[in-house]
Design a protein around this ligand. Structure first.
Ligand SMILES: Cc1cc2nc3c(=O)[nH]c(=O)nc-3n(C[C@H](O)[C@H](O)[C@H](O)COP(=O)(O)O)c2cc1C
Length: 309
């Protein structure tokens, strides 16, 4: 059954992506399922220079999700080009590079370096809550975001996906900025700002106090943002990222308007989830007497038309 889906200038073999930071560089999942047939890998956030990330502790599990303060630890662009990209390319694993810089200049230098890879696109991370510079600062201010996207567009030889922050009261103006800059692929959304405290020692759990919250708890919140973002324009291709835990969650995101979904924290609980969801999706499409994934998206779109009063 045909599960391919077309975003703006990018075709994905299936609507499943492995979310940045939750799958390393994707290679480790090869022992659990056939990655290249199942999902598109989004790399751990990559910066120009190696980044050691934040000091421990970096994780805190709640009964409904996961707080993380990894701080974008990564080996840097040169190591990625030398040791990681060739492996992904040799195995024909489709991949997208998640990029971040502490300022515009760093983003530009990084993109110029990575242009020679076979990555399908760049996912521009303007929404990481765990770093001192860059990150959220780009994703919470409309003018700053606009300037950054304009500059990256000038040097990028690949399609851009912007990964927006959910730490805003209204996501629609941020979607509009992307569309104004002719960027039509948008990930909604990154983690939510949260915190945890250590009652034994009377202090915050994380050294940076705040951390990014992901997992089941955030699904209804991100579902709302995905719905609102997809309503901004027919031209927006929304990639949902937030709390997918069951196959029902996957379908809910498609029903509210997402064209593809990222699997994140679920990968820590069930490394085979992408392969299981792929099979469930085929069975679901068949159960509706439809033939392809794009027909399912059309079917859901028709249903949505009746929602607005
Ligand atoms: C441990 C961890 C590391 C992450 N690292 C990144 C990152 O490097 N870049 C990024 O854009 N998002 C990062 N994220 C956010 C995820 O890609 C995803 O958007 C978020 O976790 C919400 O999806 P989920 O609830 O399915 O995990 C990270 C999330 C977790 C849990």
């Amino acid at each position: 059954m045909e599960l391919k889906v077309s975003l703006k200038n990018i075709t994905l073999k299936t609507p499943f992506l492995l979310a940045s930071g939750t799958c390393g560089f994707g290679l480790i999942f090869e022992k659990f399922f056939d990655v290249k047939e199942t999902a598109t890998v989004i790399t751990k956030g990559l910066s120009l220079n190696p980044n050691p990330g934040n000091p421990p502790p970096r994780l805190y599990e709640t009964y409904a999700g996961l707080l993380n303060s990894i701080g974008l630890e990564n080996p840097g662009a040169d190591t990625f080009l030398k040791d990681i990209a060739p492996k992904l390319e040799k195995k024909k694993i489709p991949y997208i590079i998640n990029i971040y810089g502490k300022d515009i200049d760093e983003f530009i230098k990084l993109v110029e370096k990575l242009n020679k890879t076979q990555a399908l696109a760049y996912e521009v991370n303007v929404s990481c809550p765990n770093v001192k510079k860059g990150g959220l600062a780009f994703g919470q201010d409309l003018d700053t975001l606009k300037t950054l996207l304009k500059e990256i567009k000038k040097v990028s030889k690949k399609e851009l996906i912007v990964k927006l922050s959910p730490n805003v009261s209204d996501i629609k103006p941020f979607v509009k900025v992307c569309l104004d800059e002719n960027i039509f692929n948008i990930t909604v959304a990154n983690t939510y700002l949260g915190m945890a405290v250590d009652l034994k020692n009377f202090k915050p759990h994380f050294k940076r106090i705040y951390a990014g919250y992901s997992g089941p708890a955030i699904k209804p919140l991100t579902l709302r943002f995905v719905y609102e973002a997809s309503k901004v324009s027919e031209k927006a291709n929304i990639i949902a990222s937030g709390g997918i835990t069951t196959f029902k969650d996957v379908l809910e995101y498609f029903l509210v308007g997402a064209k593809a979904v990222q699997l994140g924290s679920i990968l820590f609980r069930d490394s085979k989830a992408p392969a299981k969801f792929k099979e469930s999706l085929k069975a679901y499409i068949k159960s509706l007497n439809l033939n392809t994934f794009e027909e399912l998206l059309e079917f859901f779109k028709e249903k949505r038309k009746a929602w607005e009063v």
